[in-house]
Design a protein around this ligand. Structure first.
Ligand code: AMP
Ligand code: ZN
Length: 437
């Protein structure tokens, strides 16, 4: 693939001085939008910013307070909306939670801009018109499905909106439509590789050449393993619903870090403890400011994702900096088969069940290539002496309630009182047995 393949060459190869001038202009726009929301009007007033004119340089943004996931939840559903509702054409939320999710509204321009960012990512990997694209992430409120879908259509690929799950059907679609490019979570791609072997499907019956994998952390070794088993190129894709979803940062054909579109987002890496700015190469929490969004402007949004910027230019000619792999999070959020789960959600459900005692444990391990969530629960003495049938009913009821809250289906195991390990000091509620490599 020639290195000259871009979706928007002037934007993707813009020189850094022009990029910074564009960022400043767009930051002022964003502050102007933010001031239309009651939330930011109050917040920014405290920082002495009552008009976009108060932002004279990019450094001035350091005066702007951080925005957190809790801020977004408190603003649910429309506290951060900066345009009349009539101008909104779509709404998305973060994955996982059925409690109070974070909501992002989009105007038509927001969707057009997001689509371009995703299209740039796709073209950067060397995929193009003529490719057959099977999108195996969930369609719906989760941004992975529709986000990639629109971008792929803009590139001119033939899109198969397969959504997630039903692996045999996915494989049949790949064979029948000669799929060349797929989008999935890394764990699902590994699962597919396993099923391929198990069913004795010949790799040669598939036309696959590229996979875009993201939505959850994975290692370089996992990339290499998938590339080897599936004989295809794997590109890392990073995004989060608060920043639209996919299309935030993506690897180009050199596969050496993910270009983050800096004309759409200002990126800061800050110390995970004291939140002071860090230099390229240093690992910290990544913080984003939207630069183009009309409906839901976000200023200095703390992602809790830990990562570093890779110093130096990339051979592809794109001037937008690159992010390394996401190495972890600075909070306790778990990502289970691509779905965000907070341990506190599990606790809330369990503590609402009167038969449940005081000790429980969340265990995550692998079942084949997929993540498996087990919730071990101690019951009160009386509850445990019940009949087997009623214990089974209780177990199923707890599993249903958990599913309703965290979206994924856990295995619930009931235990006698006092049988789960008690830790001295801070309880160790989460045991993550997934291999790191
Ligand atoms: P959501 O808002 O539901 O789209 O979830 C976004 C979160 O998924 C991010 O904040 C990351 O923690 C995680 N995530 C997304 N893409 C990747 C990736 N390529 N590598 C590691 N974690 C990722
Ligand atoms: Zn590159």
């Amino acid at each position: 693939m020639a290195a000259s393949s871009y979706f928007n060459v002037s934007r993707e190869t813009i020189d850094r001085a022009s990029l910074e001038a564009l960022q400043l202009e767009r930051l002022r726009f964003t502050v102007g939008q933010a001031l239309k929301t009651s939330f930011y009007k109050r917040r920014l007033a405290r920082a002495g910013i009552d008009s976009p004119d108060k932002i004279r340089s990019l450094d001035d943004m350091l005066r702007i307070p951080f925005t957190t996931k809790d801020d977004l939840r408190e603003a649910y559903p429309q506290g951060l909306l900066a345009v009349p509702l009539d101008d909104v054409i779509r709404v998305h939320t973060s994955s996982g939670t059925t409690g109070t999710p974070t909501v992002i509204h989009h105007t038509r321009a927001d969707i057009v801009n997001w689509t371009e960012l995703v299209a740039r990512c796709i073209v950067a990997t060397g995929a193009h018109r003529g490719d057959v694209f099977q999108n195996m992430t969930t369609y719906g409120m989760f941004t992975g499905g529709l986000g990639l879908h629109y971008g792929a259509e803009a590139v001119g690929m033939m899109v198969i909106p397969a959504s997630s799950g039903n692996t045999l059907r996915q494989l049949k679609l790949m064979q029948d439509f000669r799929t060349t490019v797929v989008h999935a979570t890394p764990s699902y791609m590994l699962h597919i590789a396993g099923v391929l072997k198990q069913e004795g499907i010949d790799r040669a019956s598939l036309a696959l050449r590229k996979a875009f994998l993201g939505a959850e952390p994975y290692s370089e070794n996992t990339r290499l393993k998938i590339q080897q088993i599936m004989d295809m190129d794997v590109y890392n894709s990073y995004g989060l619903s608060e920043m639209n979803g996919p299309g935030v940062a993506f690897e180009c054909e050199h596969k050496n870090g993910m270009h983050v579109w800096e004309d759409a987002y200002i990126v800061e890496i800050v110390d995970r403890e004291n939140l002071s700015p860090l230099a390229d190469g240093d690992e910290g929490e990544i913080v984003f400011t939207t630069l183009q969004r009309e409906a839901t402007p976000l200023l200095r949004y703390r992602t809790r994702d830990l990562v570093s910027v890779i110093p130096g230019p990339c051979e592809c000619g794109r001037t937008h900096r690159r992010l390394g792999r996401i190495t972890g999070r600075s909070d306790d959020m778990l990502i289970i088969n691509g779905v965000n789960v907070f341990p506190s959600q599990v606790e809330t459900v369990l503590m609402g069940v009167k038969e449940v005692g005081t000790n429980y444990q969340i265990v995550i391990d692998k079942h084949g290539e997929l993540d498996k969530l087990t919730v071990d629960v101690e019951l009160y003495g009386k509850a445990f002496t019940g009949e087997l049938a009623s214990l089974e009913r209780l177990r199923d009821r707890i599993a249903e309630q958990l599913k309703a809250s965290i979206v994924i289906h856990p295995v619930v195991v009931l235990h006698e009182p006092g049988s789960l390990p008690v830790s001295e000091g801070k309880a160790r509620r989460v045991i993550d047995r997934r291999p790191k490599d």
